[in-house]
Ligand binder design. Structure first.
Ligand code: URA
Ligand code: CA
Length: 446
């Protein structure tokens, strides 16, 4: 078997065998196949696709290209959660403590932000003292002791993805269903959980822009999960606007604290409850997702969720008092209120542009080496569908300088369209996908 033969086969639209796919994945992980041949095959896969069997073999070969975390020392069913990425998408900070407070162990490995999307690790590191680099032993001990830990990846998980993702980025092959599934699921399967809840985002700030593509991605991931022996439930949720109102690292931590304290609600809470309901169902801590949601609401009301976040922060060396006094989080020098400037209805948001505006303020990275300013970002005061007047607050900017605030103001204004026509609210939920089940969620379910 040679790489040239494999490329030739996929170029002609033929099905690859498990051996051929494994050869290619190992060649990527071990860097024994040159980038030009990997790139040619990636493009052939992008153009001619892969069936579920091939996608599963790719996912498993990528998973097996490195270490697989062993969480068997933690009692109970470990349920992981993954979002395909968005803006103001802070569900992990809300869910990890809340689900743990409801009795399900949460042993979560998260990532850093890149481009317009934020990353949970960066948000956590905005908490003074917080350590996200635990060893595997420390990670497991913490989950056994307090039920929750959120850290960066330990070990050498799915190295094939590292090579392939970097090549996809520069060869216009990111938007390939089998390559996305292989990339995301290989890492999730290597992270060692027993079951997974996926939040597949759809809309202007998401990897998939249309509902049909997002549902197709969700269905493929659920199907591949089943073939790989891992139960997966996928929620397809809207990303036509940032999920939370806060965008920026410390600001997003503040919003999560406010939600756990029962002081804030909105779409971030709704989506968190939806995902958490399925996490508790899969963990065996609820008979139905609705029962799981009710348990989480009770954990907000009793303060048990916020208490769990404090315990987690303290266990990882951070300042738990941020939960009582959010001004202990990094604070920006310049705070500027921006008003809508015209009357009308909020019709549309370019979510990716809003994410890039926060990135340009210093909240995000363009390359993995960029340094972050945890304090900066913005708080949106409007949602799609809102009727506004000229003086209605549009957003509050938290910037490093007046000059940055000025640039951010222009970027945020350009990304939010206010027009004369009334318009509907953007839906939070589009569908839920389980093995052999697709439930489309309409307006009446919102
Ligand atoms: N996130 C990933 O990790 N991989 C992809 O291919 C897309 C999103
Ligand atoms: Ca994320």
């Amino acid at each position: 078997m040679t790489m040239l033969e494999i490329i030739e086969k996929k170029k002609l639209g033929k099905e690859l065998t498990k051996e051929e796919i494994t050869f290619f994945a190992n060649g990527a992980a071990e860097k024994t196949v040159p980038d030009y041949q990997l790139s040619a095959l990636l493009m052939a896969i992008r153009l001619n696709g892969m069936n579920y069997r091939e996608t599963t073999d790719l996912t498993l070969a990528m998973r097996d290209s490195g270490d697989i975390a062993d969480l068997s020392g933690i009692p109970g069913i470990k349920v992981d959660k993954h979002s395909t990425g968005g803006v103001g998408d802070t569900t992990t900070l809300v869910l990890a403590p809340l689900v743990a407070a409801c009795g399900a162990p949460v042993a979560k490995m998260s990532g850093r932000g890149l481009g317009h999307t934020g990353g949970t690790l960066d948000k956590l590191e905005s908490i003074p003292g917080m350590n996200v680099s635990l060893s595997e032993e420390e990670f497991i001990r913490q989950v056994k002791e307090i039920g929750v830990a959120v850290i960066g990846q330990t070990g050498h998980l799915a190295p094939a993805d590292k090579t392939l993702y970097a090549l996809r980025d520069v060869t216009s092959t990111v938007d390939s269903m089998p390559l996305i599934v292989g990339s995301i699921l290989s890492k999730k399967l290597a992270a060692g959980s027993d079951a997974i809840v996926l939040d597949v985002k759809s809309g202007s700030g998401a990897i998939m822009h249309t509902e049909e593509d997002s549902i197709k991605l969700a269905e493929t991931m659920v199907e591949v999960g089943a073939l790989a022996g891992k139960p997966i439930i996928a929620v397809v949720s809207g990303m036509e606007q940032p999920l939370g109102t806060h965008v920026g690292n410390a600001l997003e931590v503040k919003e999560a604290i406010d939600i756990l304290a029962g002081k804030a609600g909105g779409d971030l809470l709704e989506v968190s409850l939806m995902l958490g309901g399925y996490m508790l169902l899969l963990a065996g801590q609820a008979e139905t997702p609705e029962e799981g949601q009710a348990k989480m609401k009770a954990a907000i009301d009793s303060g048990a969720g916020l208490k769990k976040l404090k315990e987690m922060i303290a266990a990882q060396g951070g300042d738990p008092l941020v939960c009582d006094d959010v001004t202990r989080l990094p604070q920006a020098k310049v705070i500027r209120e921006v008003t809508c400037g015209r009357a009308g209805y909020v019709q549309k948001m370019d979510t990716m542009a809003l994410g890039m505006a926060a990135q340009a303020m210093g909240a995000g990275r363009l390359t993995m080496d960029d340094k972050l300013d945890y304090s900066v970002g913005f708080v949106l005061q409007v949602r799609i569908g809102d009727q506004v007047s000229e003086d209605t607050p549009l957003c509050t900017l938290h910037a490093r300088s007046e000059e940055d605030a000025e640039k951010a103001e222009q970027a945020v204004r350009a990304a939010i369209r206010i027009g004369d026509e009334a318009c509907d609210r953007a839906p939070n939920f589009i569908a839920v996908v389980m093995k052999n089940v697709l439930v489309r969620l309409g307006e009446e379910d919102q």
